[in-house]
Design a protein around this ligand. Sequence first.
Ligand SMILES: NC(=O)C1=CN([C@@H]2O[C@H](COP(=O)(O)OP(=O)(O)OC[C@H]3O[C@@H](n4cnc5c(N)ncnc54)[C@H](O)[C@@H]3O)[C@@H](O)[C@H]2O)C=CC1
Ligand SMILES: O=C(CO)COP(=O)(O)O
Length: 324
Amino acid sequence: MKIGVIGGGAWGTALAQVAAADGAPVLLWAREAEVVAGINDARENRLFLAGVPLSPAVRATGDLADLAGLDALLVVAPAQHVGAVLRETPAGAALVLCAKGIEAGSGRLVSEVAADAHPGAALAVLSGPTFAHEVAQGLPTAVTLAVEDEALGARLAERLARPGFRPYRSTDVIGAEVGGAVKNVLAIACGVVDGAGLGQNARAALIARGFAEMTRFGLAKGARPETLAGLAGLGDLVLTCSSTSSRNFSLGRGLGEGQSPAALLADRRTVAEGAFTAPVLAETARAMSVEMPIVDAVCALLDGSADVGTVIERLLARPLRAEI
Ligand SMILES: NC(=O)C1=CN([C@@H]2O[C@H](COP(=O)(O)OP(=O)(O)OC[C@H]3O[C@@H](n4cnc5c(N)ncnc54)[C@H](O)[C@@H]3O)[C@@H](O)[C@H]2O)C=CC1
Ligand SMILES: O=C(CO)COP(=O)(O)O
């Protein structure tokens, strides 16, 4: 199975390294000419994954047309750019969607964006607790690989599996996507708790109640509860809600410390997907009558309509209710 990767950020580069670990050639498309040159000439992506020596089997290109004729493309552009990039990508390959987010404006999951850009393409979702720098170092990692076509799922899992990289197969594409998209917003909330010094009890409560929000939203979208309780949902939520290695958690921590959202988001080279997904997630949830108070609180902080003290007061003043 010939593999290509769309996106030369930290995660696209780490996944290319995984796919090339057995020496099979992997072609990676990167948007930045310096990333293409760095990978091809110095075997390093200094912009997004500095310090990781890349396999000589990973080759980079700045031309999406070069991806024609490959069997599977790992789509690792940020969620807001997947549509634009796929529209320029030659069709014909299975698409393995690795971005975590919901498209602003349309409210579409990445699989819906991909189906629109490449009608009839086989679609898979790869998601889970996966900090790129750990995967690139070969540290043990497990992911959900969700594909409706079970035979394709088995072939993809076989192709991507390594001793330290274990794909667990699923057929619940929507569940895998919802988990990854929602946990980014909740990771911002956990960062706020940390930055505002609200304590470990509050963080644990937020993870549990955030998971309840993820589950309500996921079930309304047609996800299966066991997917949300697995690697792509709860697993990734726990990872990103407890580490400053998460860009979303770090963004939230800045907000919790009282820094302005505009300053925190200005001039970012790396992506904090939750900041883009939060408003469209809140809007979609409202339209489906799904209550997501923590997501609403993150939106209020990001758009500057409330400060940390106010959103905490609002959350704590909600009516007492049954846990489930
Ligand atoms: N970094 C990580 O540990 C993980 C990231 N992800 C997901 O992977 C996706 C990509 O994230 P990273 O690789 O971390 O990115 P990154 O933050 O390392 O780099 C930013 C990426 O955005 C791209 N970009 C910026 N503007 C663009 C545009 N207009 N069109 C197309 N691409 C553009 C850049 O070329 C670069 O590849 C995100 O959805 C993220 O949530 C998923 C799992 C782990
Ligand atoms: O998705 C991730 C780990 O699974 C990366 O999280 P951040 O985007 O918050 O850094």
